[in-house]
Design a protein around this ligand. Structure first.
Ligand code: NAD
Length: 287
């Protein structure tokens, strides 16, 4: 069997085209959605991510504000900026690009964002709401994965879903969303024993590990849906290209559906950031 591709780029383009109408309607009512993106430091990957987010906003008609801080920015300065943005009526969403410099208390910074502007969905209020099955803002990457499943008519209800990775931004919210969609969910991580045996039970396998080509064909049940969240840069001697956590070439021979890297989950993550920002503006307009 050769798997069908789940093309995140095509779905992202479709959704973004629809957003334009919603943004235009909100703007006409005086509520142009606005996103502030804070970047602290000079991490090259973060700079690319931030640029992509700002460009995507522009293309959708969303106002965006990019705020750069040097790597030695103080926690007080970051918190003061967030307080200012919390009170700025032109800003509906605030995103702090992670990772932050080591001397910054990441949790304190994320908790400083007003929950109603937390379009990344990382604030405890929003993760708590998700845990209770009443999501307000869903973290963009797992939200994008759910949209990809929906668009491909994959109903998780009753299926075995196995997630490899338990981070707060991908693995855990992914598990909650799949549980909310009535899948039987297993979360694997770096201490899991016999990970391959767990992975092989999956009807839906989500890899969010950060290790290139970690998931190989022998870890995948024939016919499984494989979602590759990983974004890894290969070393120059291997071509320096981006690759996922899934060994695409071997796994596509076993899976029924598979996401590529690049062009899979990545474009959907930014798309759901736009969706959350528009939603934040809509809620404000209706308040
Ligand atoms: P993380 O480092 O916070 O978490 C990685 C998880 O993988 C951990 O929970 C760890 O327990 C698990 N893990 C590590 N080694 C393992 C092993 N040998 N066996 C089993 N589990 C293992 O990473 P993250 O922020 O969740 O990101 C994961 C990957 O997804 C990264 O490649 C990241 O770049 C990518 N990512 C992509 C997007 C996107 O838009 N596509 C968004 C966020 C993250």
């Amino acid at each position: 069997m050769v798997a069908r591709l789940i093309d995140g780029k095509v779905l992202a383009d479709e959704l973004r085209a629809a957003f334009k109408t919603r943004v235009a309607a909100l703007t006409a009512r005086g509520h142009c959605p606005g996103l502030a993106v804070i970047l602290a430091g000079e991490d090259p990957a973060s700079q690319v991510y931030v640029r992509n987010k700002v460009n995507a906003c522009e293309a959708a008609g969303i106002f965006s504000m990019k705020i750069d801080f040097p790597p030695n920015v103080s926690q007080e300065t970051l918190l003061a900026k967030i307080t200012e943005l919390n009170g700025d009526p032109a800003i509906h969403g605030i995103l702090v690009q992670l990772p932050l410099p080591r001397h910054i208390d990441e949790a304190a910074v994320l908790e400083a964002i007003a929950p109603e502007k937390d379009v990344d969905g990382f604030h405890a209020v929003n993760s708590g709401a998700l845990m209770q099955g009443q999501p307000r803002f869903i973290p963009c990457t797992p939200y994008g994965v759910m949209k990809m499943l929906e668009a491909n008519r994959i109903d998780p209800a009753g299926k075995e879903a196995v997630i490899i990775g338990r981070s707060n931004i991908v693995g855990k919210p992914m598990a909650l969303l799949l549980l909310g969609a009535s899948a039987t969910v297993t979360v694997c991580h770096s201490k899991t024993r016999d990970l391959a045996a767990h992975a092989r039970r999956a009807d839906i396998l989500v890899a969010a590990i950060g290790k290139p080509r970690f998931v190989t064909a022998d870890m995948v049940k024939p016919g499984a849906v494989v979602i590759d969240v990983g974004i890894n840069r290969l070393p120059p001697e291997e071509g320096g290209k981006l690759c996922g956590d899934v060994d695409f070439e071997s796994v596509k021979e076993v899976a029924s559906l598979i996401t590529p890297v690049p062009g899979g989950v990545g474009p959907m993550t930014i798309t759901m950031l736009l969706a959350n920002t528009i939603e934040a503006a809509q809620r404000r307009a209706e308040a």
